[in-house]
Design a protein around this ligand. Structure first.
Ligand code: PAF
Length: 294
């Protein structure tokens, strides 16, 4: 039976009650769980003795014009999914538990959080890094699991963990896709039928660039142009960025070298913002292949 921990005191008591040699895995989420989240749970179950998930729609990572109020919160079905998957505990705090009214301490990563989504969503990664460090401090996990769909979020958290000597291993889970290629996201629920029909073009644009790469193209601008051209055919898709970046630093690239790159796209479809990405190259540990990739 999953234990639901609604307060910091309950979480601390649960954590203190675990045997000292237990290997604890944390799957932090904002709920509205889908197969992408559940693949992280499966990964955590395979790598850890005990698994805790968290569901917290973190107000600090939403901008004033963003979708905090309408973010889906199907809490009963989320709990049922976690329970069915064999998760041991769920941390389910309220905003006032995690953020005292006069909170004045935040985590700000100052390099990998700046481009791409960081440039378009000011304060977003400050909110993510702050809540993730708080969740790490509270749960003290040995491993924590994040989806590669949010590649920049993974990079920010990995940098934070390295820079602040956090004793938690970050594991990236591969992107889970619909049969037509659309990356699973809680925000896909916002898409109306017409935008849902064209949403797989994001993935197709990444695949077009990958095919060019596999045919020998190494010029980053030309790869990006190939990806952008796929989306340019569809007026319902407003591209925010389509970039070729270093997978770790997220620095822009002119040429894709042997260690590969990240292709990253963000676009608005109607009133929904979607992101997707794909890694190219031979890869190095933690890079190309993801923990649950076959
Ligand atoms: O990826 C998410 O769902 C959120 O950004 C996270 C990591 C749970 C922090 O709120």
């Amino acid at each position: 039976m999953i234990q639901i921990l609604r307060t910091i005191a309950a979480l601390r008591a649960w954590r203190n009650g675990l045997p000292p040699d237990v290997r604890l895995g944390l799957v932090p989420t904002m709920g509205a769980l889908h197969a992408g989240h559940m693949s992280l749970v499966d990964l955590a179950k395979a790598r850890c003795d005990t698994v805790i998930a968290s569901i917290f729609v973190n107000p600090l990572q939403f901008g004033p014009q963003e979708d905090l109020a309408r973010y889906p919160r199907p809490i009963e079905s989320d709990i049922a999914m976690l329970e069915a998957a064999g998760v041991d505990a769920l941390f389910l705090p309220q905003p006032e538990d995690l953020y005292p009214a006069d909170a004045s301490t935040y985590v700000v990563e100052e390099a990998v959080s700046l481009p791409l989504c960081g440039a378009l969503r000011p304060g977003h990664f400050r909110g993510v890094a702050t809540v993730v460090l708080k969740l790490f401090n509270l749960t003290q996990p040995h491993l924590a699991f994040f989806g590669q769909k949010d590649a920049q979020q993974c990079a920010v958290i990995e940098r934070m963990v390295r820079d602040l000597n956090v004793p938690t291993e970050i594991v990236r889970g591969a992107i889970v896709r619909e049969p037509d290629g659309l990356a699973l996201s809680s925000r896909n629920a916002y898409l109306d039928a017409s935008h849902r029909a064209v949403a797989p073009l994001l993935h197709q644009s990444l695949v077009a660039a990958r095919l060019a790469y596999e045919a020998g193209e190494r010029d980053a601008a030309r790869l990006a142009a190939i990806g952008r051209a796929v989306l340019a055919r569809e007026p319902r898709i407003e591209v925010q960025y389509w970039e070729v970046r270093d997978r770790y630093s997220l620095a822009p690239l002119e040429t894709v070298e042997a260690d590969g790159c990240l292709l990253a796209v963000a676009a608005i479809l109607g009133n929904t913002r979607l992101i997707d990405n794909l890694c190219l190259g031979t890869g190095t540990p933690g890079g190309l292949r993801f923990a649950n990739e076959r």
